[in-house]
Structures are given as C-alpha cells and as structure tokens.
Design a protein around this ligand. Structure first.
Ligand code: RAM
Length: 910
C-alpha cells in the first residue's frame, strides 16, 4: 500500500460546535468544540491539540489578536472541548482552529470552523409578542360534519403579518431571530427566509420556547424592505395527540409571533426591526392549517406582493399581546427540513377527475401538486393514506386526523400548491376534482424530518434484510419530526419514552442524533413531577399519569446511551438528578424492591403476541436496569457515594428479582421470551443458571417454529441476546422468518416502513383494529442496532466511550454470504464488513485514529489469518493475534485492514 504524504498525515475534519456544523445562534455560554480525525497511516493517533479562536479569520494567524488560545493540551480526543475563552458576546461570530500533534509528537494537520452566538441575554430582546387579540375570535362549538378546513371548530385562519422599513445604506450583515406561538414561515422582500420547516419545533413550551436564527444578509437591501411572517396553529393551539378537546387547553388560544431583525452597517451602526405595534396583520390565502387535519389554500384570496415593499392591501394594525417574552432559548438541534423529493411511481384514474397516486414508499411529509387550466374556485381535494384497499385509500387508521389538504384554484394557467403547515404520513394520495388528466410529473412527495445528519450505512447479501434496514431508516425519518414520535399518520404523534429508548441505539447508528436527543431530554426532564415521576410522553400532553415501567426508564437509558455513543457528559450532568429521582420514586413506593406500585398505565411488553409477560417481572427488571445505570452515571460524574448507594440498591433489586421470578432450573416466571430476554440482557440471573435460561428461551422460539412473541420491550433484546449466548442460528432464523409473525412477513406483504404491530395486517385476519394500527412506527425496528453491531460487526467494548475501544465482531450466519456497515462516529469513520467465498472469509475494517480495536474473526483456524498473503501478526498496526473459542482475536490500532482466514463451516442454510 502506498499513500501520499497528505493521506498519511493525521488530519482533523468534521468540526462541530455544540454537535452541529457551523451553527448560527448558539445559546450556550460555554459551547463545546469537536472534531474527528482521519489518516491512512496505521497507528495514527492524536497526542495533543491546540485550539485558537478569533473574531476574524485573518486574526487566527496573528497571535496578538487571538481571543482564546487553549495552548497545547495533551489529549487523544477531540470530543466536546468546552470553550474556555472570554465571555461570549451575543450575535457574534467566532472563528476557531484546531491544530493536532500525532502519536510521534510531530505537528500534524489543522482545520478551522466557526460558530455564531444567538441572543445570549434577556435584555438583547426588545421585540414584543404580536398576533390577534383572542377576544376578537369567534368561538364555535366543534362541528361534526363540516368541510375539513372548518372542522377544528375554531375558524381563525393563519396570521399574515408584515412591516416595512427603510434603510439608508446597504447592510453588511443581517440576522433574523424569530419564534412563534404556533409554527411560522418568515418572509422578507417577497422571499421565504431559510429552509426550516415547522419552526420553532415542539418543546415543553411553558419551560422553553426555541427561537431560530437566520442569516438574511442577502435578502435585506438599501431602500424599502418588507419583513413578514405567516403563523399557523401548529402544536401551540392546533390539534395535538389524541385528546379530542379543542387544543387551546394545551398551550394557548391564538398564534403569536416574536421576531427581531438586527442589521449591521459598514459604518458600525446597527438597526433593529422588532415585532411591535407598528406591524399589520390580515388573514391570507391559507384559510386553515392544522398539523393533523390539513391545510386549505384559496388561491383567489392570494394577494401578490403582500410580503414585498408596497404590498399589504387590507392589512390591519396588529394586536400587541400582553405576554412575557417567555422562556426563550436558542434552537440547539437541527431543524426539520425537506430532505428529498419522491416522484409518483404510479397514477391511477379512479373516476372523473379522481386519481390515486402511489409514491412507492410510506413516508412523512406533504405533496406538491401542479394544477393546469383550473377555473377559479375549483376545489381540488388531496387525501393521504398509508395503504390501499381495493384500490382506494384506507383511512380508518387515521382516527381523527383528517390528513386532507384543499386547494381552491385561482384561475391561472399553471398553479402550484404545497401546504407548509401540516404534515401527513402516507404512501398513497387521492387527488379529487382535478381538472384534466393528472400527469405523474405534476405531483411529487416531499419528505421532511428533523435533519439529523445521516451517518450509517448497512448492506448485506440478502435483499429482504436490506429492505428491513430500509424500512427501519424510513421509520426513523418519518418519526423524527421535531420530537421522536410514534405514528405520523393518526391523531397521536407523541414523544413516547419507551419507543424512544428502545430505538435510540438503532437511531444513533443511522444518524447523528446527539443534538436531537439531548434537546428532547430537556423536555423529558421538564415533564418530571416533584415526586420524581416522569410521564409516558414528552412534551406532556394527553397523558397525565405517572410513567409506566420501560417508559419512564427512557429518561435514564437515553442519557446514558448518549454518553456512551457520543461522549456527551453534559447531557448526563443535566439529567442526573432527574434520573436518580426517578429511581428514588420507584423505591419509595416499592420498599420490597419488586416494582408493583405506581406503575402508571403499565403497558407491559406492549403489543406482544399470544403471551403475557408478567408485568411486575418486567417492571422489576427495568427498576434494576435504571438503578444500575444511575450507579454507572454517578461514577462517571465523580459522585462516588451515590454510585455506591445505587450499586448496593441494584444488588438488592437483583436478589429480589431472583427470589421472586427465577426458578432453580433457570425458568423465569411466565416463561415468555421477553421474560428471559430481560433477565439475560440485564444480567439478572445467577451465572450458573444462564445456560439453562438460554435453553428455555431457545426452546420457546423453536417450539413455535422459530417465531417470536415479543412486543416493543422484548424485541430489541431478541437477536442480540441469542447471538451473545451462542444461538446466532436462532437469531438469524428469526431475522429471515417470512411467516407470521416477523419482520419478513410485513416485507413479504409490501411494507416499506416498520409497522406498529406484528399483525397490522395478516392473511388470516386482515387489518388489526383501526383504533391503533400505524404502518409507520420505529419500535419493532430496534433490531437495526444488531444489524450494525453483530451482523456487520461494529460495536464498542463495555467500558468504552464514544467508540474509543472498538469491538468488531462480524457474525456470518443465516443466509448471508456478506454484510458490511460503515458508521461516521464522533471519532471518525468506523467500518466492518465480511464476505465468505471459496472457503475463505474476508474481513475489512476501518479503525479511526486514536481508537483501538479488538477484531474477532470467526475461523476454525486462528493461525490462518493473513493480510495480503502475509501472516497478520507481522503486519503494521496489528498488536497481537490470539486464538479464542470464537476464532482469532486481533488487536488493531487505527487504520484500514483487509484480512482473510479459513471460513467457518456450515454457514449456508439456503
Ligand atoms: C401506542 C403507540 C405508542 C406506545 C403506546 C403505549 O399509542 O404504539 O408507540 O408507546 O401505545
């Protein structure tokens, strides 16, 4: 292998501030700086770094003008280094550079980046809330049989807001800081500002309302300008969740807007245009908009130029709302964005002017429709569904969500409709009353979700498994919309804690969800009551009871996972007291350490099949797990006393678990797969009973013909536990199962996303009850972590943080002849893949600089491991090769390796 000097050099890349690339509007006073490393040289590692920062790029080269110089710091990591420079100013851009030294102590590469602060201090805000006076609103009882756009019983269309201002000179810099009660689209001089969707997102609004920061320098100009916004109900006062009451109960009655445009000029002067009584409002062409119900645009009402200078006919003075600016915080994670468009795969005519469009993929977003030659006033109705029955939309599972958009044509030759204040879960679209023939090119599905950077890729030789990975990824896209939700099509879309904790390990393979979950954890913690109980969902709506076992525990499990995956210590610090209070709450009400009281809605192993896992067994297992994590987290944070207390509590809960639920023969009460999985995965069995319990578990699966019975809670543990206890054969049998129930069954029936229920639709009984039947749900997709972690083989050692010590364990098996995964971790690229051909296994791995790896190559002949025909042990970067029961274990430093060995026998079952 020959490499250029450049490739061999250790180089930082992928610089981030607060877990985002070059963020505008950072709200932290001590933001954390991160970088990844790359090099083609084996054994490359960082031994030290230096960060310098300045307000101008040029000043980074001038030592006398530096704002901050960390000096050379001996460290192998580039993970979340805290800003220790001077106190940060508001609305200021800071450039920073990192230089690194390699493992020999030689100066290596450098890279630079920037971040910009938001409005860091309360008195930076001069804007006041504006909107519509709630007293002026007509109050109507929710009607039963109205047209969709009137059906929310609150006939106030979205607010159109505007204000003009004059600038005597061109700006050198302009920033818009804005937020809403509701969801908003900012407008400036006739253009949309930014690309965020559904801003400001959904948080526990009474505690924290996020503002967004936009760079609008290129939109503001010398002379007259017009700033505007459209504000719709969104989560603030629209329909949220399954609560049938009119939404005002959740947050507020009316939408409102708060914004501040800050313009800097070359002469150093500044102009601020903020929301105040000088603004004007009017209803506009959007007659109604609701996240669940849909949006109606009446093009006849559209006033061209309303958001440009000189526009604004019919606008009235706005109401200044008597509202405190509220708990404003800078948006800390990636906004929702449209990330891709899907063309129509098929358009079927179903009658005069009526068409059904198939996009070929169950997705979340909206449609853009082009309409030609429609007479003014023609109402074109768009309805959305996940499934077709007899060629028509299956709408029953949407419950109260109407998911209906209406376009009333304005009479132009060509008109384009795209609703921006609603979101639907669908694969199929019905277009009714369309003029003429609907061409496939005139309709496109726009996919939107929280734009967490995609970091993972998994692929293998079996198309069904690849489809499974695709379904998991689409489930993640569709359900990560401002918060992690469950059912994007029906009237629910809540941030359920158990779903999230079960899926976080998979989610963090596919994407960088560090900022997304750290932000949502604040909502989770905000939802905790004084007694320490969380709620089942965050933000808290619709569900007031204390959280159930495995649901509330999400608040303990997720921060721990974020620490392990991303090295985010701050999220642990911020959540720790809440985590400990949750455990204390359970203990207080269950002094005998079996969690039987205060179990809220106690969902058990939700949506399990045919069996019932005893609820107190499941609860007590989770009590043990949460307590163990609190002990570990306390240790990480240096709270040794709390660590010891929780360790002792964990030991006692474990003993109680064994006494109450474990038989001397290794049986676990109830005898369900999930019961065994919890006991095995959470380490709750006496060591000598582990093999017996594995036998009981395996026997249950086998007696059912290699079928599972697990629900949300058990499913994530199924394949990992089997594989880790010598039954990879069974794990693969379940993975490949195409009979009911299993992942393959839904795929055989055309699923393009993960279903909420194994029996969402079956040959034998058709649709499950429409009262709860989502076809786009990520919980049962939690097997994705295992695809990356074992099938391809990317994992980390148990004590490792942020992939410092990799555990690479490819697991050939089932029908597979090859599999591979790549992951962009916080340290850099990690990859692991294997293939078997001609009696040899080939394993390719990438270990990022600074990491080491223990690579297990499954081979019956550990001595047969070679790299390019040379004995592996003699190769650079290979620290050692040992024989083990699993085959050969190689200790590797960073680098890319391709190794071969004699293949394990008996792999092929097909
Ligand atoms: C349903 C959904 C959700 C789950 C709750 C208990 O509403 O399936 O994901 O967490 O039930």
């Amino acid at each position: 292998m020959t490499h250029t000097l450049e490739q061999n050099l250790l180089r930082p890349y992928g610089l981030q501030t607060e877990q985002r690339h070059e963020p505008l509007g950072v709200g932290e006073h001590h933001p954390r700086l991160s970088w990844k490393l790359q090099s083609d040289r084996r054994g490359a590692a960082q031994s030290a770094y230096r960060i310098t920062a300045a307000q101008r790029v040029a000043d980074l080269d001038d030592a006398t003008r530096l704002l901050w110089d960390s000096g050379r710091r001996e460290s192998g990591d580039g993970l979340l280094v805290r800003w220790d420079g001077p106190v940060l100013q508001s609305a200021t851009r800071y450039h920073w550079r990192v230089e690194v030294w390699d493992e020999t102590g030689a100066a290596a590469g450098q890279a630079q980046s920037w971040f910009e602060t938001g409005l860091l201090r309360r008195d930076d805000w001069t804007a006041v809330w504006i909107g519509r006076d709630p007293a002026s609103l007509p109050h109507v009882d929710p009607p039963q049989d109205r047209e969709p756009e009137e059906a929310n019983g609150f006939e106030a269309p979205p607010l159109y807001l505007r204000r003009e201002f004059e600038l005597a000179q061109p700006p050198v810099r302009a920033r818009l800081y804005a937020t809403a009660h509701g969801i908003y689209e900012p407008r400036l001089n006739g253009s949309r500002v930014g690309d965020a969707e559904l801003a400001p997102g959904w948080t526990e609004y009474q505690q924290r309302l996020q503002y967004q920061t936009y760079d609008v320098t290129s939109l503001v100009r010398e002379g007259r300008n017009a700033l505007g916004a459209i504000v719709a109900d969104g989560w603030w006062c629209g329909h949220v969740g399954f609560d049938p009451r009119r939404p005002a109960q959740h947050y507020g009655e009316c939408p409102g807007f708060l914004a501040q445009l800050v313009i800097d000029f070359a002469d150093g002067s500044q102009r601020v245009v903020a929301t105040d009584g000088g603004w004007a409002e009017s209803p506009g062409a959007i007659r109604s908009a609701d996240l669940l119900m849909g949006q109606h645009f009446d093009a006849r009402e559209h006033v061209a130029g309303w958001d440009s200078p000189g526009g604004g006919d019919g606008f009235q003075p706005v109401a200044v709302l008597d509202t405190e600016p509220g708990p404003l915080v800078a948006e800390p994670d990636h906004p929702v964005r449209v990330t891709r468009d899907l063309p129509a795969m098929q358009v079927n005519r179903r009658g005069a002017g009526r068409f059904i469009v198939d996009f070929g993929q169950n997705l979340v977003g909206r449609v853009r429709l082009t309409v030609r030659d429609a007479a003014a006033g023609r109402r074109i109705v768009l309805r959305h569904a996940e499934i077709l029955t007899d060629g028509e939309l299956y709408l029953d599972n949407l419950r109260r969500a109407r998911a209906t958009d209406v376009y009333t044509a304005g009479g132009e030759q060509v008109e384009v409709f795209e609703p921006q204040f609603t979101v639907h879960g669908f694969r199929y679209l019905e277009v009714d009353n369309y003029p003429g023939e609907l061409a496939g090119t005139d309709v496109v599905a726009r996919v939107l979700h929280s734009d967490t950077p995609w970091t993972g890729h998994f692929e293998c030789s079996d198309q069904m498994v690849n489809q499974l990975q695709s379904n998991i990824a689409w489930g993640q896209r569709g359900n990560f919309v401002a918060v992690p939700t469950d059912c994007p099509q029906r009237d629910e879309r809540l941030g359920w804690l158990a779903d999230a904790q079960i899926f976080t390990p998979t989610a963090s393979r596919n994407a960088d969800v560090s900022a997304f979950f750290a932000r949502w954890m604040r909502d989770v913690v905000d939802g905790q009551d004084a007694g320490g109980a969380f709620r089942d969902v965050a933000p808290v709506v619709s569900l007031s009871r204390e959280a159930a076992p495995a649901w509330g525990d999400g608040a303990v499990i997720i921060p721990w996972h974020l620490w392990r995956t991303y090295g985010d210590r701050r999220v642990l610090e911020r959540c720790f007291d809440a985590m400990a209070a949750w455990v204390a709450h359970i203990k207080r009400h269950n002094p005998d350490l079996r969690w039987r009281h205060r179990t809220g809605n106690s969902y058990g192993d939700w949506l399990q099949l045919e069996v019932t896992t005893p609820r107190d067994l499941l609860s007590t297992a989770y009590f043990a797990r949460s307590t163990q994590i609190v002990a570990q987290a306390a240790e990480v944070l240096g709270r040794h006393e709390q660590a010891a207390q929780h360790q002792a509590l964990h030991t006692a809960i474990r003993a109680a678990f064994i006494e109450s639920y474990v038989g001397d023969d290794g049986t676990v009460e109830g005898g369900t797969q999930t019961g065994y999985l919890l006991a095995l995965a959470f380490g709750l069995l006496p060591q000598e009973l582990v093999p017996k319990a594995v036998e009981h578990l395996a026997a249950d699966i086998e007696k059912r013909g290699n079928k599972l019975t697990t629900g949300f809670v058990g499913v994530a543990l199924l394949c990992p536990v089997l594989a880790d206890h010598g039954r990879a054969d069974l794990a693969y049998a379940l993975l490949h199962q195409t009979e009911f129930p299993g992942w393959g069954y839904s795929i055989r029936h055309g699923a393009t996303t993960i279903w909420e229920r194994w029996d969402g639709w079956t040959d034998h009984s058709g649709f499950q009850s429409a009262t709860m039947n989502s076809f786009n749900h990520y919980s049962l997709g939690s097997v994705g972590d295992w695809l990356f972690g074992r099938v391809a083989g990317i994992d980390q050692a148990s004590g490792s943080v942020a992939y410092r010590e990799l555990l690479l364990r490819p697991l050939p098996g089932g029908k597979l002849t090859w599999a591979r995964a790549e992951q962009e971790t916080v340290r850099g690229q990690v990859a692991c893949g294997w293939s078997i051909a001609d009696g040899r296994i080939t394993v390719t791995v990438t270990v990022p600089p600074g990491s080491t790896a223990s690579l297990e190559i499954p081979t019956p002949e550990p001595g047969s491991v070679r790299e390019s025909d040379a004995v592996a042990a003699d190769q650079p970067g290979v620290l050692g090769v040992e024989a083990s029961a699993a085959g050969a274990i190689l200790r590797l430093t960073s680098g890319r390796y391709t190794l071969t060995a004699v293949a394990p026998g008996g792999t092929f079952t097909d």
